[in-house]
Design a protein around this ligand. Sequence first.
Ligand SMILES: Nc1nc2c(ncn2[C@@H]2O[C@H](COP(=O)(O)OP(=O)(O)OP(=O)(O)O)[C@@H](O)[C@H]2O)c(=O)[nH]1
Length: 406
Amino acid sequence: MRIMLGYHNNPGSVMLDLRTINSITGMMALLMAFVLLGMRHYYPRRIKGTLLWALSPIVGGCSSLAYGLDGVLPAALAAMLGNALAYASAAMNLFGTAAFYEQPLNGRRWLAFTLAVLGVIACFMLVWPDYRMRVLVFALAMTVYTGMHASLHWRHGLSFAGRLLAALLLLRCLILLLRAGSAPFIDAADATRYGPTLIQMLYLSSFSVGGMLTCLGFVLLASERVRAEFERMANVDPLTGAASRRAIMQSLDGEVQRWRRTGRVFSILLLDIDHFKRINDRHGHAVGDQVLARFADSVKSALRSIDTLGRYGGEEFVVLLPDNDLQSAAVAAERVRHVVERQIVEAGLPACTTSIGCACIDGSGPTVEALLADADAALYTAKHEGRNAVRLAQPQAEQASASARR
Ligand SMILES: Nc1nc2c(ncn2[C@@H]2O[C@H](COP(=O)(O)OP(=O)(O)OP(=O)(O)O)[C@@H](O)[C@H]2O)c(=O)[nH]1
């Protein structure tokens, strides 16, 4: 089937031919590449692969240029250079994606594969000149690259952008297979890069329009990751891995709402490392940081998976214990106190203990602030009575009569 893409015999109309469309989309892909290059300066360092993604369309553009040097350079050299750069561009996309999802890929194996493919294409160019075989081998090898790339996005990109990229790349695979399947029927005498057949048009568009959409997908994917990363940074304390103060306060608020709706009680523990200032003063701030991180790990190891540890500030932490009354919270607190005391020494860090105040929503006021104030009062008692101890909040009526007695 042959199609005509543009007619210029009507002087009033402006029609674009395939070459123009390719040039425009190629330029847009380059623009996306520069957007990615610019954006990556603002990405957290943990986001990998974006440099390779940004370089890929640039190398792809060089590949098109190299094909266009036919006539300036010997035809075989221009074609081989174009092919090599096209594979380099595909490899950059593939390895960029592998780095983004932190999936290992064997670079040597892919290099060997690419060199073998280029060797075979060179043979069909110089030893047994056969344009159809060159098209077949090039398209099949590119299908392998694109298929692997699509499968990475399919398996690891569970977001909208990941799925979009997987679908785009699968479509490109299909077009490449069509191109490979049609290779034996190409009219070799008439074979030009911009030949006007439908498959040729789809094939070239899969590189130009498809390349531009892939770049757009990369920008979306990276933006999604940046948003998730910032959310994680806002919700997780970087030193200890515990929930940030903002996140734990949100969890406490949610738990109070749940209690109001369902009546299911919960308790909190307020923990404070004893004489932490001394550890800093004697061993230095860096060791103090290690103690804090180890402390958080130890507390987490003594909790259930549904409990949440949050850093309240400095060396003070809060634990949310869903479905716990005050007595079971006290049992959990004793377990935490023992585990912390043992594990920090076992880790080779300066010995330290913790004081813990427990409060239950049932015995406290019906707000997060009242609950924290009760736990704080219990913690104060634990500190006051010699530290390394667990104390329970007194029900408010008892507190009132106790302060009246004082
Ligand atoms: N290394 C380190 N120290 C911190 C951090 N945040 C707070 N601190 C230190 O924690 C210490 C808290 O000291 P204090 O509030 O006097 O309490 P303490 O020495 O633990 O005494 P008690 O609570 O009464 O047992 C201060 O020296 C803070 O500088 C941190 O992120 N890293």
